[in-house]
Design a protein around this ligand. Structure first.
Ligand code: C2E
Ligand code: MG
Ligand code: MG
Length: 759
């Protein structure tokens, strides 16, 4: 709740309270019998109208509760009016008295209902015990009052038991209302003026009703005047609450938590149960005369207490079960969580080892789940995860454990497996679950998953953490290979994982230690037969003298974000190299990874690098991968827009190996397509490759794009490409990557490049 809510103007409330108090005090100065329609009922009626005015003014969510409060006040004012008209109407005074009391008692259903409404519009299970608490206090209070006040009065003659009955009902009923109001006053609500005013109103009512009963219904004198003013002020308190703007927020949060077995509550209830019976036992007079009423009410008290504790202990058990479920299950999908998976796995491996069977662990990770989350939103992502969980549940047998480890990772433990073939067959069925698309509201989502398999988990009894780690490693391997979606764990995977980790750590200092270098491979124009650009390719010269190829460390750098500083270094170094040689007709081509492109600062970094090195943006080609472009991403688009506007050229690297969607070609401003080596390598040998390359070249030209053929290794390939009409070529046949940018100025022909040679 914002502070603003607490600083709402209170002048209206103060005005209401002042006017009613003034009216009350003014009237007490009049001679006895001052309570008249004008001086008492009118302010009371005004209070009810003020409540309705507040509802009209502020349109609270809890309007019905406020209207019920107004109804309660009106009923009470009607009872006041009847009371004050005693003698004016030709009715038997006894009957008349009962009529007045009935009218006063009718206010309580309205007040109680209003309080329940404020508590969320419905009495939730939790509020049942609260209402029962209220009933217990009310019954105990009633019994105590009956023994302490009513019985001595009855013994003294005068009014009969039935005349006293309503009088001792008011304070207990006030207590019931008060308990609900206090329950409402949780957290921020407790600090709002309306809540304070309502609590004060009902407390005043309780005190006045209590005194009225304890003092044996005083009807004249200053005590009686004070009580009259108090009741009037109780109406005024409710009205003052309703005309305060904060009245809008007087509604309980949907599930406020109250502990049923809170020690204070239990002790208070115990006291409420015991006290009246103690009073009965200790009463000096013989209580026979009123025994008729004491017995049923006493029984009711015991019954209410019994019901209250039965309900709360049932609920405690339910809550414990729910807590236990929450501790062992994933809240989104209801599948087992990591902790309970480990327990299951421990038991399953033990069972399998004992029965000489196999126990397999299938570790499943959804492919490109992030794209679903980013493009369709997290709600759809959650729905998808739930649907996947349902399919997995149906896939496994009832006794087998299916767990979600978080994110888009799931684990299935299969028991009673006969060997590795069974495990593979199960993994294939698991992958097959994704053949059918997922229909999520209006959209159908096609999804694939990668599965890592540990076929013989029973070998690791007592070390099930390692089984999960192995299955995770196998899944990682499955993800790396495009074609295979399933990978079986092998011990060498550990070595790979360790090697990856080592590379990841060493990469952190690679730039600062000057271990990164660029080599350059020229790209030739087929018309002018001269180099038009040179592609900057990264090499990592490690301290031990080894040179690491980019494909061995760039994917690791991408996964760990280290690609961002590396990418910046590449752009700046490449730009500086080209700017330093001053060859104005040559461009430099740099590779950009998807993660760089999705970095909001990427365009700024590249522009800044060109500004610092003095390289014209037109002389830099940015080689993008299809995977970064297929799904529209606002950050990627903004980066490309800014760079395109600055004059940078864009190329699609490894064209044809990524996605089948080509929509991005028309959406984005691309200048070049680089046909991947796998298509080029078949030229001159494989007619279908020739058909494909021809189709790509035609399509590119139709779209106004130019084509570079990559990886040209043979004269035959070069000839076919020349005939097909591509724009530029690059490959070992013409020039290998070299440490020197100025290596090639020769015409298109197999060339000898200077400088150190790679590959
Ligand atoms: P790429 O961008 O497709 O680069 C072409 C790769 O093919 C280079 O391998 C190059 O040496 C090799 N190549 C060129 N001509 C031939 C040929 O005739 N035959 C064969 N077999 N290969 C040829 P390299 O340098 O190992 O780079 C591999 C990949 O690593 C690059 O593929 C690129 O995707 C990535 N990479 C290289 N440098 C960077 C970089 O600075 N940043 C990023 N993000 N990726 C880079
Ligand atoms: Mg490239
Ligand atoms: Mg390429």
């Amino acid at each position: 709740m914002s502070d603003g809510r607490h600083r709402q103007p209170i002048w209206r409330s103060v005005a209401v309270l002042t006017v009613v108090l003034a009216a009350g005090l003014l009237c007490t100065m009049q001679p006895p019998g001052w309570r008249t329609l004008l001086t008492y009922e009118l302010p009371g009626f005004g209070a009810a109208v003020a409540v309705l005015f507040g509802v009209r003014c502020y349109r609270p969510q809890s309007a019905s509760a406020w209207r019920l409060l107004a109804l309660g006040i009106m009923t009470s004012v009607l009872a006041d009016f009847l009371w004050d008209s005693e003698g004016l109407l030709p009715v038997d005074p006894k009957v008349f008295g009962h009529l007045v009391d009935a009218c006063y008692l009718l206010t309580y259903p309205a007040y109680l209902l209003a309080a329940v409404w404020f508590l969320g519009g419905r009495a939730s299970k939790r509020d049942t015990t609260l209402l029962l608490d209220g009933a217990i206090y009310a019954l105990a209070g009633w019994l105590a009052l009956w023994v302490l006040v009513v019985h001595p009065q009855l013994a003294g003659g005068g009014l009969g038991a039935w005349d006293w009955l309503p009088t001792v009902l008011y304070p207990p009923l006030d207590v019931m209302v008060l308990i609900l109001v206090w329950r409402l006053g949780r957290g921020d609500i407790r600090r709002t003026a309306p809540w304070l005013l309502i609590s004060a109103a009902f407390t005043t009512m309780f005190v006045a009703d209590g005194l009225y009963a304890l003092l044996a219904m005083p009807t004249s004198g200053w005590v009686s005047d004070a009580l009259d003013v108090s009741w009037l002020m109780a109406y005024a308190g409710l009205a003052a609450a309703a005309v305060h703007p904060g009245m809008r927020y007087l509604i309980a949060n949907p599930e406020p938590t109250v502990r049923d077995h809170d020690r204070v509550r239990v002790v208070a209830l115990g006291l409420a149960l015991v006290t009246p019976f103690l009073l009965i036992l200790l009463a000096p007079e013989d209580l026979d005369a009123v025994g008729d009423l004491l017995v049923p009410v006493g029984l009711l008290l015991v019954l209410a207490t019994a019901v209250r504790f039965t309900i709360s202990s049932h609920r405690n058990r339910d809550a414990e079960t729910a807590l236990a479920f929450r501790a062992t299950h994933d809240s989104l999908t209801g599948l087992a969580n990591r902790a309970s998976l480990l327990d299951c796995l421990e038991l399953a491996t033990r069972r399998a080892a004992r029965n000489h069977e196999s126990c397999s662990v299938l570790f499943l990770d959804l492919d490109d789940f992030k794209i679903v989350n980013d493009s369709l939103g997290h709600a759809v992502g959650d729905q998808l995860l739930r649907t996947v969980a349902d399919r997995l549940r149906r896939f496994a047998r009832a006794e087998e454990c299916v767990a979600r480890l978080g994110g888009d990772e799931f684990v299935v433990v299969l028991e009673g497996i006969r060997g590795i073939d069974d495990a593979i067959e199960a993994a294939e069925r698991l992958v097959g679950l994704f053949d059918e698309s997922f229909s999520l509201g209006a959209t159908d989502v096609h999804l694939t998953a990668s599965v890592g398999v540990v076929p013989d988990a029973e070998r690791s009894v007592g070390d099930v953490e390692s089984v999960l780690r192995d299955a995770d490693l196998a899944m990682y391997e499955a993800k790396q290979s495009e074609a295979r979606r399933i990978s079986i764990f092998e011990p060498t995977m550990h070595q790979h994982a360790i090697a990856r980790l080592e590379i990841k750590n060493a990469l952190r200092t690679a730039i600062s230690d000057g271990e990164l270098r660029l080599v350059f491979q020229p790209i030739f124009d087929t018309v002018t037969r001269r180099p038009i650009a040179s592609e900057a390719l990264l090499r990592w010269h490690r301290a031990d003298g080894s040179v690491v190829a980019p494909l061995d460390f760039i994917p690791i750098a991408e996964a760990s974000h280290a690609i961002l500083p590396i990418g910046e270094w590449v752009v700046e170094t490449a730009a500086r190299e080209l700017a330093s040689i001053g060859a104005s007709d040559l461009a430099i081509s740099v590779n950009v990874s998807p993660r760089q492109l999705a970095d909001p600062n990427f365009a700024d970094h590249v522009l800044e690098a060109c500004r610092r090195t003095g390289l014209a943006p037109e002389r830099m080609i940015l080689e993008l991968t299809e995977s970064a472009l297929v799904e529209p991403d606002p950050t990627v688009d903004l980066n490309l827009e800014a760079l395109g506007a600055a004059g940078f050229q864009m190329a699609i690297d490894d064209f044809g190996t990524g996605y089948s969607s080509l929509a991005y070609l028309t959406r984005l401003e691309i200048d070049w397509i680089k046909i991947d080596q796998i298509f080029v390598s078949g030229l001159g040998r494989n007619p279908s490759d020739e058909t494909l390359v021809r189709a790509i070249i035609h399509m590119a030209h139709d779209l106004g794009l130019r084509v570079i053929a990559e990886g040209v290794e043979t004269q035959a390939q070069l000839e076919v490409l020349t005939n097909l009409g591509r724009d530029a070529v690059q490959g070992f046949l013409l020039a290998r990557p070299s440490s020197q940018l100025v290596a090639v100025t020769d015409e298109l022909a197999p060339v000898e490049s200077t400088g150190a040679q790679y590959r």
